[in-house]
Write a protein that binds this ligand. Structure first.
Ligand SMILES: [Zn+2]
Length: 79
């Protein structure tokens, strides 16, 4: 899947349906979230606290998908 450097919606032509679209961005847990989760867990934070990274949008990866056909077009990773 192509990567993109931005977590903001981007204008592009969807390769699946051919429409000129602005992508829908969806936060998904990425490598950075998992790393923070496991390090918080190791340093003794109990359950709940170690899931914090999953709630912080700026730490999440972002999926760009097409609003027309719902295909995922790009993936933005924090790491
Ligand atoms: Zn599409």
């Amino acid at each position: 899947m192509p990567r993109t450097s931005t977590s903001m919606p981007i204008q592009t032509v969807c390769p699946y349906c051919g429409n000129y679209i602005i992508t829908i961005t969806t936060p998904v847990p990425g490598l950075l979230s998992w790393l923070l989760c496991s390090s918080l867990f190791i340093f003794g934070c109990v359950l709940g606290c170690c899931f914090l990274p999953f709630c912080v949008r700026s730490l999440m990866d972002v999926q760009h998908s097409c609003p027309v056909c719902r295909h995922v077009l790009f993936h933005h990773r924090r790491l």
